[in-house]
Design a protein around this ligand. Structure first.
Ligand code: FCB
Length: 422
């Protein structure tokens, strides 16, 4: 049951395997070797494959009671159907350590990367992908299910769909609008299949999704077309996934002509918690030059400055998105929220204002995970943006707390002491 009786609220940090572990042979590393990955090589990342105990201790020292991380499917199943017990054992050790130090593990199974064999043998366009993912989930639950209660099969399925199959910017690097309806359907089916496999093994498991939600605003106040486009983007990017899980049906349009429509009756019952990843707001102008009928960009609308990677900070947009997510009818958790801020000039204020926005939302929110515990490999932007509560020196791999860790700790203590507002 969620929230857990012994943990009415979760206060945690979030990381993902490829971004911190290092040395992971997967589709993304293959892209790097082929010179296709814009962010450059991830290499050793920040060496969390070795330093996992230290990382868990740092989260604990920052006042967390929960720890979100992901499993590397490529480490766990390097060859199709051949599972690597050493990799599973290493994840088991991490989970044991988390539990020992008082951190609730939250395990994500898919955070963008795939085993090397996957796209060749069972790509998402085919139905075999669903069973492959289910088998991976089942194996993970066999090994971790007695200690892990909170599972997130998919991180940001819509972002992956758009970047991997529409823009072709990330592996598998396909740009095929016609494939989108089927790929999206299979991703959601894989979520439901994974949830079923986990629940069979751990009947008390809590299943979540991490859905990226963005605020959208018309670039020119008073422009009918800009406003229309912003509303359209909201429906297609934010609401589609909420609706899919609430009703088992989805139907949205990707310009110019791709209609993504589908139905999975088992989807609503496959989810216990709705997780929101929230970062920023895009301003839209229509018509534009981009192929999505409009141009969209970040800008400093409030004058409070942009983050290091140019994202606008808009805590005031957060409550409405949480309220939108609550249309799922499920308890809510913030599964990611954070900013790139190497000098730590903005992080304390960001934390304060976003946690306050969570409090102001007209819906109860049962957990908050900050992205991120550590500086890490930021996909297409490489090691540039520094998202960590702890800075990492990549020559020594030394972790150093940024001053805002104190703010995180103080806000966490207050968050854990109070019950959600409604
Ligand atoms: C999210 C991703 C995460 C990280 C942050 C900054 O969309 O889930 O891996 O890159 O953005």
């Amino acid at each position: 049951m969620f929230p857990f009786p012994d943990r009415p609220r979760l206060w945690g940090t979030a990381v993902s395997h490829y971004q911190v572990e290092g040395g992971d042979e997967c589709d993304w590393s293959e892209w790097e070797r082929a010179g296709r990955a814009r962010g450059g090589p991830c290499g050793d990342a920040v060496d969390s494959w070795q330093r996992y105990e230290e990382d868990a201790d740092l989260a604990r020292a920052a006042g967390a009671n929960a720890f979100r991380f992901s499993l590397s499917w490529s480490r766990v199943e390097p060859r199709e159907g051949k599972f690597d017990d050493r990799a599973l054992d290493r994840y088991r050790k991490l989970v044991e350590h988390l539990v020992r130090v008082g951190l609730e593990p939250c395990v994500t199974l898919f955070h963008y990367t795939h085993p090397l064999w996957f796209h060749e043998r069972t790509p998402w366009i085919g139905t075999a992908s669903i069973q492959r993912f289910r088998r991976f989930a089942a194996r993970a639950a066999d090994v971790l299910g007695d200690l892990v209660r909170f599972w997130v099969p998919l991180n940001e399925p819509l972002v992956f769909l758009l970047a991997g199959w529409f823009d072709g910017q990330i592996p598998p690097g396909v740009a095929d609008p016609q494939a989108l309806p089927r790929v999206f359907d299979h991703l959601l089916a894989a979520h439901a299949a994974a949830a079923a496999a986990i629940r069979e093994r751990s009947p008390g498991a809590v299943i979540g999704i991490a859905h990226n939600m963005m605020a959208f605003a018309p670039e020119r106040t008073g422009s009918f077309l800009d406003a229309l486009l912003a509303g359209f983007a909201h429906r297609c990017y934010n609401r589609s996934v909420v609706e899919a899980f609430a009703t088992g049906r989805w139907d949205f349009l990707l310009p110019p002509t791709t209609r993504i429509r589908g139905r999975r009756d088992d989807l609503p019952a496959s989810l216990d918690v709705f997780g929101v990843n929230f970062y920023s707001r895009l301003h839209l102008r229509c018509p534009g030059t981009a192929r999505l009928i409009g141009d969209f960009h970040y800008r400093d609308a409030s004058g409070s400055g942009l983050t290091d990677n140019g994202w606008e900070m808009v805590p005031d947009a957060f409550p409405a998105l949480l309220e939108e997510a609550a249309a799922s009818g499920l308890p809510l958790v913030v599964t990611e929220n954070g900013l790139a801020d190497a000098d730590d000039r903005l992080r304390a204020r960001f934390l304060e204002s976003h946690v306050d926005a969570v409090r102001r939302a007209a819906v109860p929110v049962h957990g908050y995970f900050h992205w991120s515990l550590l500086d890490n490999f930021e996909w297409l932007e490489g090691f540039g943006p520094k998202f960590g509560l702890y800075a990492v020196d990549r020559t020594t791999m030394r972790r150093t707390p940024r001053a805002s860790v104190e703010t995180f700790r103080r806000l966490g203590a207050a968050f854990l002491e109070t019950r959600p507002s409604s």
